[in-house]
Design a protein around this ligand. Sequence first.
Ligand code: PBG
Length: 331
Amino acid sequence: MRAIQASFPATRLRRTRQSAGIRALVAENTLTPEDLIWPLFVREGEGVEEPVPSMPGVVRRSVDKVVQAAREAHALGIPAICLFPYTSAANRTADCAEAWNPDNLSNRATRAIKEAVPDIAIMTDVALDPYSDTGHDGFVVDGKIVNDETVEALVKQALSQAEAGVDIIGPSDMMDGRIAALRAALETAGHKDVLLLSYAAKYASAFYGPFRDAVGAADALKGDKKTYQMDPANSDEALRTVARDLAEGADMVMVKPGMPYLDICRRVKDAYGAPTYAYQVSGEYAMIMAAAQNGWIDGDKAMLESLMCFKRAGCDGILTYFAPQAARALG
Ligand code: PBG
């Protein structure tokens, strides 16, 4: 596109900025609660809301409280929530069997929400880290993450989630070949309408720190996830992983983290035109909240600005811990 414009004073670009009404008329992007997916942490118990210290305002909820949060999200116009289990230590094992237990925390929460708030879409995470004693997303054999054995386990995990009634499955593990395997297994098992939102361009990032506290994986994790998550130096590689996942049957794709990776969002959207999402991750949330709590920035304004920027970068929606606050601020 080549903009055509007269020279000053015929063109005064400030004319279109002179009032709220005119600014709204020329706004190129909009942000609404319908753009948001709210990640929720689930824990055992009843009536429990346990604060996550590194994420001020975020809590781990027992299933009954997660149901309540789903109701609240629905009332606010948020179309989807995403569940992350805080698994008890006894259920973190080398074989990760709890991941496909039909009665695990995530599946119990899914059934309870489906029953109480059938119209909200439920997304779940496919990866072994909440269930493994190593904190890794895949099985570790002789110090290495083994790809193909992990994919077999991810298929079992995803099928148990589909059986429980989730609408959207989000593989966040970054193993090769998992989208094809998951899609084939879902089709065979009759779960033809279950969506796959692939964490396609997921980077090995320091910004996941508070999340690992929230799900209790921080202590177990030794080393890093660089042999499966992407190098922040790379951008062309993101186009290759997204292309691969779309070709294997992903319905939607995600870029993660969000704010430092807006260039990736734009490239992915421009290249493929697929439904594209960004995950404004725990560390991004923590940074905005910490600065706001210190009175260094206006938290609400920074939140809304950051979310609008995802839309401008080409995202169709954003996973964000700010979802309910943002929906309220948007009125
Ligand atoms: C794990 C997973 C992670 C996040 C979502 N799923 C952490 C990781 O890869 O270590 C991060 C989310 C956040 O930081 O908010 N499969």
